[in-house]
Design a protein around this ligand. Structure first.
Ligand SMILES: NC(=O)C1=CN([C@@H]2O[C@H](COP(=O)(O)OP(=O)(O)OC[C@H]3O[C@@H](n4cnc5c(N)ncnc54)[C@H](OP(=O)(O)O)[C@@H]3O)[C@@H](O)[C@H]2O)C=CC1
Ligand SMILES: O=CC(=O)O
Length: 280
């Protein structure tokens, strides 16, 4: 996600400096004009605004607050925008460290997958320092099609987790429908078409249904990240005693799919967890 987002900034003429743990993934961006720094600390020291796109709460914390992390290069007048999908608690911790340096913080997880990231069509769910939100609006508008400012840090994370909790459950029940249709002698491709015509139509079903029928799961949104989001959303629900039995059941399916080696496949591979025999 970070690569296509950075690429869109570069293409529109922004002065972009990049870092990634695996340096080779920066090379295409460098060849497009990005500068490179060898640590998060050196990126934040060199830039007015830094966007961070990391896998999960642990990596977001490490890159922000670890040795040679982003916080070390921050200071008054600078801004840190974390676009990773993490829980509100992690976001608040990172915010606290960034703000202690005198800098501003915005959480801004994104809705939309690999293709929307490439096309500059992401949806930003932001919360935190309003002045930083206003400063980075031109950049958000390059990388995305919509943006929401949701108030205090934690609200952006919560919105993102709720959206992905719904998405994960939708994908799980869609998988059940595809397999059931096939078992009762219906063509699952026709089911995809029928669904696309009615009130429950969703771009996700039309996009992923045909390849799911062929047992193909080209990765847009890795299954391991969908399961992470289900887990974090269930934690959020637990914190306010909100029953979420359907999402809890769906989460179990993603865990089964992970245990069958499908972590790096697209999250639509959750359908494999419902088959008698699991592909690897
Ligand atoms: N893919 C999608 O469709 C969407 C993803 N998201 C969210 O965006 C985030 C990124 O997703 P995506 O790009 O798909 O994930 P990837 O797994 O492709 O990328 C994860 C990134 O995190 C880095 N990373 C992981 N662990 C560490 C660590 N310990 N220290 C430093 N860097 C680390 C990786 O570095 P390295 O290259 O070295 O492994 C890589 O740059 C996730 O939070 C995901 O939930 C949100 C919307 C859509
Ligand atoms: O987080 C995933 C997405 O598609 O949005």
């Amino acid at each position: 996600m970070g690569s296509p987002m950075a690429l869109n900034l570069i293409k529109t003429g922004c002065d972009v400096t990049v870092w990634n743990r695996t340096k080779s993934k920066c090379d295409p961006l460098i060849s497009m004009g990005a500068k490179y720094k060898p640590s998060p600390e050196e990126v934040t020291a060199a830039c007015d605004v830094t966007f961070a796109m990391l896998a999960d709460p642990e990596s977001a914390m490490e890159v922000a607050c670890g040795k040679h992390g982003a916080v070390s290069g921050m200071g008054p007048g600078k801004g840190y925008v974390d676009v990773s999908t993490v829980d509100g608690g992690t976001s608040k911790l990172i915010s606290g460290h960034i703000k202690a340096s005198g800098a501003s913080f915005l959480e801004a997880p994104v809705s939309g997958s690999k293709k929307p990231a490439e096309d500059g069509q992401l949806i930003f769910l932001t919360a935190g320092d309003k002045s930083l939100y206003e400063t980075v609006t031109p950049f958000l508008d390059i990388m995305g099609k919509s943006r929401f400012y949701l108030g205090e840090v934690g609200n952006g994370a919560a919105m993102k987790l709720i959206v992905n909790m719904i998405m994960g459950s939708m994908m799980a029940t869609f998988s059940e429908g595809l397999l059931l249709s096939e078992k009762v002698g219906l063509d699952p491709n026709v089911l995809v078409e029928v669904v696309s015509k009615g009130a429950i139509s969703a771009p996700m079903y039309a996009l992923k249904g045909p390849s799911m029928v062929k047992s193909l799961y080209p990765t847009a949104f890795p299954l391991k990240h969908q399961q992470k989001d289900m887990r974090l959303a269930l934690g959020l629900a637990e914190s306010v005693s909100q029953p979420t039995p359907i999402s809890a059941a769906a989460n179990e399916l993603y865990k089964v799919a992970k245990s069958h080696g499908l972590s790096d496949s697209d999250f639509s591979a959750v359908i494999e967890a419902l088959k008698g025999k699991v592909q690897s």
